[in-house]
Design a protein around this ligand. Structure first.
Ligand SMILES: Nc1ncnc2c1ncn2[C@@H]1O[C@H](COP(=O)(O)OP(=O)(O)OP(=O)(O)O)[C@@H](O)[C@H]1O
Ligand SMILES: [Mg+2]
Length: 265
């Protein structure tokens, strides 16, 4: 089903026992943009991504991803998305090549196509020299790169990346950003990703959304959010974030022992 919206959530809610991790989320993301999902630790970003990608059922509400309902059309949703979740979801006892072959085959890619795609993904991620190692023996950043390669192997229409740039080196970061931008511009791919890096989100995203304590506080272009927060044009996305979330740090006398303000150093 074709629709101009990549993602449309309707009162999407997730509770963990008594805690509301995502509360009545109503969010639309048009196709063909890079969308940054921002929020403090524990805000509900990963929970939202897990629900949108079929890794976790919602408690209430629903969403459409690529035009398909996540509750009733989960196979169709899975076919059109790529996901690199927070927990990565790799098989430790495989090499990255075996992992990519496995994921690629699940998506119906032929051996010839896999032979074409896998080396180029390893090159993109700087993993070519470590292709024969077990994932078990990978560093943290190498694991993240392997998970990102898995998300890309089948050329998905909609990509969900949970903190994709966290822990990967500047060379891979630059290469990945360029590839994602090209996918968006040339193929109309949609990229939905979470991050804590405000400078990156400001430069990289067409739209951002800020979630806090499970509630979506604001969505739009950075300029729009800046105006909504009552900040001047020179304000950064970091300023917007702090103003919107309400986390302005006050002079904290409780930390004088640490900061040296009590003159003990
Ligand atoms: N499996 C779980 N069981 C119970 N509570 C959970 C579980 N996963 C997440 N939570 C809680 O749900 C809330 C949202 O967590 P979530 O992982 O979605 O946050 P996040 O925005 O991704 O944070 P971070 O930036 O730290 O990754 C938090 O209060 C967290 O403690
Ligand atoms: Mg998270």
């Amino acid at each position: 089903m074709d629709t101009v919206l990549a993602i449309e959530t309707t009162n999407l809610t997730r509770r963990y026992n008594g805690l509301i991790a995502v509360n009545q989320l109503n969010l639309t993301v048009p196709r063909g943009i890079i969308f940054g999902f921002l929020g403090p630790n524990g805000a509900g970003k990963s929970t939202t991504i897990r629900m949108l990608t079929g890794l976790l059922p919602p408690t209430e509400g629903t969403a459409r991803v690529g035009g398909f309902d996540i509750r009733t059309q989960s196979m169709e949703v899975k076919r059109c998305i790529g996901v690199a979740p927070e927990e990565l979801g790799l098989y430790e006892r495989l090499t990255v090549v075996e992992q990519l072959e496995l994921v690629g085959r699940l998506y119906g890619l032929s051996s010839a196509e896999l032979a074409r795609r896998i080396p180029s993904l390893l090159e993109l991620m700087g993993l070519a020299d470590s292709a024969d190692k077990l994932i078990l023996d990978y560093s943290q950043g190498m694991r993240k790169k392997a998970a990102l390669a898995c998300a890309l192997i089948h050329t998905p229409e909609i990509l969900f990346l949970d903190e994709p740039f966290q822990g990967i080196d500047p060379i891979a970061t630059k290469a990945l950003k360029e590839v994602l931008r090209d996918m968006v511009q040339r193929r109309g791919t949609t990229v939905f990703f979470s991050t804590h890096v405000m400078e990156l989100a400001e430069r990289f995203c067409e739209e951002v959304g800020i979630i806090h304590k499970g509630q979506l506080l604001t969505v739009g272009g950075v300029a729009e959010l800046r105006a909504r927060a009552g900040l001047s044009e020179s304000a950064s996305l970091e300023d917007v974030f702090v103003r919107t979330v309400g986390g302005e740090a006050e002079d904290n006398a409780l930390l004088d022992w640490l900061t040296g303000a009590e003159g003990t150093l």
